[in-house]
Design a protein around this ligand. Structure first.
Ligand code: SF4
Ligand code: SF4
Length: 226
């Protein structure tokens, strides 16, 4: 029930200017829907916590600073002030060719070429503070700059691409897409091993002919079974 809601034993709070009373224990998003308010923006997986669309700013009574959260995961509390986050700074384009991410020896150069701003991280911790998933975003940026793609990618396995770290970064580093980039790079380097791909290329082009008579090229004949 919105705006003219009668007091009950639930929790009362404000969401995008609407006074809402909700059952204790419901999420902010459930309270919004239960109040009959329209879902026209910030709509995604509706409660699964996997899409990162329902980004909100939250301030509790007595708190000076607001914090970021996902409305589907944060429970409604008495006296909260909540607002959807609808606007984000313009992104810098980060173009790259996935087919070329196959050489781990040049990982540092590739990351530096696509995300040159990443080395300007000022270690302010804004991205860590903004992340509703508790990801060590700043550490991922550091590891990526050092070319440690596997370790960096591992930190971002639970990223939902909500972009709150992007909005928080004063250096316009775009940690969300840097994390996506290193995850793609890891997949490219490990799921499809570059040396195997190179070998297949060489065989296809006749540069590494297969010698079927080379020692060990053929399995030993099967032993006869009595
Ligand atoms: S790392 Fe960034 S994009 Fe990913 S969940 Fe955290 S804040 Fe959202
Ligand atoms: S918000 Fe940006 S500058 Fe600050 S620690 Fe995170 S990546 Fe570095």
């Amino acid at each position: 029930m919105a705006d003219d809601a009668a007091p009950s034993d639930g929790v009362g709070f404000t969401f995008d200017g609407h006074a809402i009373r909700a059952t204790r224990g419901v999420s902010l998003l459930q309270a919004w829907i239960g109040a009959g308010l329209p879902l026209t923006e910030n709509v995604g997986c509706l409660g699964q916590g996997v899409c990162g669309a329902c980004r909100v700013l939250v301030r509790r009574p007595g708190e000076r600073l607001a914090s970021t959260a996902l409305a589907c995961e944060m429970l409604a509390e008495e006296g909260m002030q909540v607002a959807f986050i609808d606007h984000f700074p313009a992104r810098r384009a980060h173009g790259y060719d996935l087919q070329l991410l196959t050489d781990s020896w040049t990982a540092i150069e590739q990351i530096g070429a696509v995300f040159p701003e990443a080395k300007h991280c000022r270690h302010c911790g804004g991205c860590d503070h903004a992340c509703p998933k508790g990801i060590e975003v700043q550490r991922m940026v550091d590891l990526a700059v050092m070319g440690q793609t596997d370790a960096a990618a591992g930190l971002f396995d639970h990223c939902v691409l909500c972009d709150l770290c992007v909005a928080a970064c004063p250096e316009h580093i775009d940690p969300a897409h840097l994390g996506q980039f290193v995850r793609r790079m890891r997949a490219s380097l490990t799921l499809r091993p570059s040396d195997l791909i190179m070998r297949l290329h060489e065989i296809r082009e006749g540069r590494q002919p297969i010698d079927f008579d080379a020692p060990g090229a053929n399995p030993p004949p099967a032993e006869s079974v009595a």
